[in-house]
Design a protein around this ligand. Structure first.
Ligand SMILES: NC(=O)c1ccc[n+]([C@@H]2O[C@H](COP(=O)([O-])OP(=O)(O)OC[C@H]3O[C@@H](n4cnc5c(N)ncnc54)[C@H](OP(=O)(O)O)[C@@H]3O)[C@@H](O)[C@H]2O)c1
Length: 273
């Protein structure tokens, strides 16, 4: 699947009211696409819709914000089906809705683990399974947002890493099933990105978690969005934004023991401090 142009294409973006999802929405608006953004907070949805509108390149473009909790199956069935009828089915689905809670395993209550899995994993399952019957008609792209913590188990991220490893496994299996319908499945693995999520996480992260990524640079959401569009254009399954992310991925695959010992060294130093 390859798009020559994005005007006339419809993109649905969960988590489109903030951070990476919002940057993808702004970039796609700038490329002429019609957009629907989904999130729980109505006020932020409205503010972000105004920002997206500023990037329009044609009077014909349509933008919509829908209040939705992707972890709620019945709500998702009702609202996504309604959106398909009112707006049209998506050519592009970006699953960016997600939460994190960086704490030591013993400090993560079961309810928080459950919430992380229900949003990061089940939420992705929900949108894909509800929209697939519609997307099969024309084909398109599904981009699921995982993380570097989706291929490296990170200190303080037991719940988050579990959910993001699962998103990669889900996406890999889905990719081979949906190829026959002309639907390309991609999985995005960003490093630390300058978004409200990272800011919130920074306030509660254990020192060891901070130490692991202390030498890595923080990416801008727009650069991650550019990597998404570039990855779609190249037909990549795994989208690894930034040189550092690609390096980490290949090191982890080729020399897992070495990566482990480097990370353990950083954790040891942080613990001693
Ligand atoms: N920032 C990073 O460093 C980083 C790194 C790697 C991967 N990621 C991943 O990238 C994705 C986007 O993160 P971000 O940094 O852009 O975070 P963000 O700025 O906090 O944005 C998250 C978005 O998801 C929405 N959301 C959360 N729970 C939802 C739910 N149950 N239903 C619908 N929408 C929901 C939020 O809106 P409401 O709260 O109003 O619902 C918001 O629009 C996440 O999947 C995250 O795990 C982020």
């Amino acid at each position: 699947m390859k798009f020559k142009q994005y005007s006339g294409k419809i993109a649905y973006i969960t988590g489109g009211s903030s951070g990476i999802g919002l940057a993808c929405a702004e970039l796609l608006a700038d490329m002429g696409a019609d957009l629907v953004i989904f999130a729980r907070g109505q006020q932020q949805l409205e503010t972000s819709l105004v920002e997206i509108e500023r990037n329009r390149v044609s009077e014909k473009q349509r933008f919509l914000a829908v209040q939705l909790d992707v972890s709620q199956r019945e709500q998702a069935e009702k609202l996504l089906s309604k959106t398909v009828v009112d707006f049209g089915s998506p050519d592009i689905l970006i699953n960016s809705a997600g939460i994190s809670y960086p704490q030591r395993f013993e400090d993560i209550p079961y309810t928080k683990f459950d919430e992380i899995m229900r949003i990061n994993l089940n939420g992705t399952w929900n949108t894909v399974s509800i929209l697939l019957p519609h997307m099969k008609v024309r084909g398109g792209f599904i981009i699921n947002v995982s993380s570097v913590a989706g291929y490296i188990g990170v200190f303080g991220m037991t719940a988050y890493s579990a959910s993001k490893f699962a998103v990669i496994g889900f996406s890999e299996a889905l990719r081979s099933e949906l190829k026959r319908f002309n639907i390309s499945v991609c999985v995005l693995c960003p490093p630390d990105v300058d978004t409200p999520m990272l800011e919130r996480a920074g306030r509660i992260k254990p020192e060891e978690t901070k130490a692991i990524s202390s030498s890595a640079s923080v990416m801008k959401p727009l650069d991650v969005a550019r990597a998404v569009i570039d990855g779609m254009g190249r037909g990549q399954f795994l989208i690894l934004p930034g040189a550092g992310t690609k390096y980490t991925y290949f090191m982890k695959r080729l020399f897992p023991g070495l990566v482990e010992s480097i990370i353990d060294g950083k954790i040891r130093k942080a613990t001693q401090r």
